[in-house]
Design a binder for this molecule. Structure first.
Ligand code: GLY
Length: 429
């Protein structure tokens, strides 16, 4: 069978790596892919957002499965178009993808479904948004309702900062149409952890809890990024808490999506805050996280291909076995280009670390030049994942491998998993 993976980042490399491991006879095609994916798949130079060309490619190749990685093609209706062409596609329809692409849709859905989340109101008028900020007090969260490339969430520590964020979105249109509507949301205190589920719209298989590191700097300092690293599992979310999140959050959300006439199928990403009052939803995403996927998939002992195929074919997961996991832990460290998350320089020559047991290098912002040499071509260049018998060993191996990725100006955080490390240290007598 042929499978097409849409996208060209580290997440899609991890998905390709896992599918190739699940079924070595699978013929993988990627669009557009990247040099890492090219070691596993035939890459076609088609943009992930070119819906017509992707449907034509899938049809021409007779693929039995399309896996859509990023949110943009989901929002553009790629899955709708593939299904209309009779091609099994893993991912939600555009209507269901609004759980990520419209924070207003998502918040109203949660409020209807009684899913725990911060109080919020939606505004298109700056004066009413400012009044909502004053009613909540600082700190307060200002969110662009649409997709703003991970930059549309501002945690304002003062009323002045909140007003500035509102002006940037509603007056200066800094986020274009994504910021034409804003949410003013109560600030939540606690520790974040994400739970991903594979779902047919009714039944859901939880994956390992995972923690992202969004800030650029050590100790969670500096500006937000797409994610500088992740680890799994997360000890504050043991199995009993996964079961609780399924009952309180995932099941009512899937029910509300069905009731709205937009059942959600594919991968639902629940960004959770573990507060003193229990888990609350920070955000939903309609696709795998990046770099969380690079941490989770190397831990997956059972097949990803099987539940993906079941979902893409519109079949039921009711009798699907639970996902099985390797013992131990994984730690993923992103190595980024100089300047990231601001303006970056690209084109630097890259040397990758020597192969090491349990370590995988997932490519993201890499490209081959005319001579075939590997060069930087994006903000997050590679993500190195180490899986080991213990968290501490995985963390050490991930750091060492990241240090072995060499290019001019390379930057990475050497403290991925610092909260987990602090918990482990506190337990050691
Ligand atoms: N790492 C955050 C995200 O994928 O949205």
């Amino acid at each position: 069978m042929k499978a097409l993976i849409v996208g060209g980042g580290g997440r899609e490399h991890a998905i390709a790596w896992k599918l190739a491991a699940d079924d070595p006879t699978l013929e993988l095609i990627a669009a557009p892919g990247n040099p890492g994916i090219a070691t596993l798949a035939r890459c076609e130079p088609i943009a992930a957002t070119d819906v017509d060309a992707l449907v034509a490619l899938a049809r021409r190749e007779g693929v039995g499965l399309v896996v859509v990685g990023p949110e943009a093609p989901l929002d553009l209706g790629l899955v709708d178009a593939l299904r209309a062409a009779g091609i099994p596609a893993f991912g939600p329809t555009a209507a269901a993808a609004r759980i990520e692409s419209s924070k207003r849709f998502s918040k109203e859905l949660m409020q209807r479904a009684g899913v725990p989340t911060a109080a919020a109101s939606t505004h298109t008028d700056p004066a009413s948004a400012r009044a909502a900020v004053r009613a909540l007090g600082a700190p307060v969260v200002i969110k662009a309702s649409g997709i703003a490339a991970g930059k549309g969430v501002i945690i304002a520590l003062s009323i002045d900062e909140a007003d500035a964020a509102i002006d940037a979105m509603l007056v200066d249109h800094a986020f274009g149409s994504a910021g034409a509507e804003v949410l003013v949301e109560a600030f939540m205190q606690g520790e974040e952890c994400s739970l991903f589920v594979l779902t047919d719209g009714t039944n859901a298989l939880p994956l390992l809890p995972v923690q992202d590191h969004k800030r650029i700097g050590v100790g969670d300092t500096g500006p937000n990024t797409g994610g500088m690293g992740a680890y799994a599992p997360v000890s504050i979310v043991p199995d009993a808490r996964v079961a609780e999140a399924m009952r309180l959050i995932i099941e009512p959300t899937l029910r509300a999506m069905r009731d709205a006439g937009t059942p959600f199928t594919g991968l639902l990403y629940a960004g959770l805050m573990y507060t003193n009052d229990g888990p609350m939803v920070v955000e939903f995403n309609c696709r795998f996280g990046d770099p969380e996927t690079q941490a989770i998939l190397p831990m997956m002992a059972s097949s990803l291909l099987e539940p993906m195929l079941t979902i893409a074919r519109g079949e039921s997961l009711a009798n699907a076995p639970a996902v099985r996991w390797h013992e131990g832990a994984s730690v993923t460290t992103v190595v980024a280009a100089p300047g990231y998350p601001g303006p970056i320089t690209t084109g630097a020559s890259i040397a990758l670390p020597a192969d090491a047991e349990g370590v995988v290098v997932f490519h993201a912002g890499t490209a081959r030049d005319a001579s075939g040499a590997l060069r930087t071509a994006g903000g997050r260049v590679v993500a190195v994942t180490a899986r080991a018998a213990s968290f501490a060993a995985a963390q050490r191996a991930s750091r060492a491998a990241a240090a072995g990725v060499r290019f001019e100006g390379a930057q990475f955080r050497d403290d991925i998993g610092w909260r987990e490390q602090a918990r482990l240290d506190a337990r050691t007598p």
